[in-house]
Design a protein around this ligand. Sequence first.
Ligand code: CP3
Length: 339
Amino acid sequence: MKNDLFLRALKQEVVPRPPVWMMRQAGRYLPEFRALRDKYDFFTRCQTPELAAEITVQPIRRYGMDAAILFSDILVIPQALGIEVQMKKDFGPYLPNTIRSQKDVDNIQLPDVNESLGYVMDAIKLTKEMLNDEIPLIGFAGSPWTILCYCVEGRGSKSFDKAKEFCFTQPKAAHEMLQKITDLTILYLIEKVKSGVNAVQVFDSWGGMLSPTDYQTFSWQYINQIIEALKDHAPVIAFGKGCWFALEAMAASNASALGVDWTITPKLARQFTGNKITLQGNFDPSRLLSPPAEIKRLVHQMIDEFGKDKYIVNLGHGILPHVPLENAQAFIDAVKEYS
Ligand code: CP3
């Protein structure tokens, strides 16, 4: 690997500067992405290896991040489980046949990974060829809890209260569903590593909806199963949005890094994790709307606060669609200029 800063940070090695990438970097803020979006619908882009690979490398060509993340979606897992997923314009994901009963859960059967998700493996192989060992490729999955949120709720939500209600009123069915999602996710991520990804990230975008106790019961224990199953295959990054309260437990796991959002200070995040694990984050995505000079100042301050080692510069959540191109540039350049 010509640029292995990202992999070295995951191994806690001393680096000249921290690596940088941005969650959702292959996305709508890029005109070249929007051009393809206007031609092909969402799942066509995910399922056509040439399109997925091209979209994955678009941000790298423009900005030269230190890692690429495969263009795909966390909702390919419910799809592979036989649950219909639509991506509606100006609405987001829509799953018409929600999972709300024991019977619904009983009807879910684990598919063969290569039959149902082989297109992802093909996209990985093609992307690896295009990247030509310049930088590592990250593969990802949603956390079982975050996937369950969409399966039960059927759409995005501010509170995911139907998903919580399902867990609290039908815990047996909920746990069985979470386990089915976990089992498929493990097979899926191992296959992704075999196809060429150099690290995997688990996105627990809605973990912060749960109380600290419920988080352990309905989310963390399943993420930890994934970490344990993957740890001998590739480094695992666990990103829990709003999950600062669980950082101590997360740091005791075999994850290689933990993603943090912007609602915690670097100092507290280091304190909660005993400074013994690589951290990734945590720039407020809205702060990319500040002028470039201000972005650079804030990025340098953030690196000073986390420290340059055991650290991966990132946003605290996905990049917003209306971020100006030069502001994204300022974010990446600020890291490369750091010394
Ligand atoms: O990070 C990357 O650049 C890789 C691509 C990626 C996408 N989705 C592409 C995408 C990744 C890592 C995801 C993960 C994902 N998908 C998450 C977890 C991360 C997070 O942001 O919390 C979640 C919750 C989803 C589910 C999802 N997919 C939603 C809620 C939406 C619609 C909302 C929106 O932002 O439009 C999507 C669609 C989606 N996935 C888009 C992209 C680029 C935008 C729609 C499009 O391209 O037509």
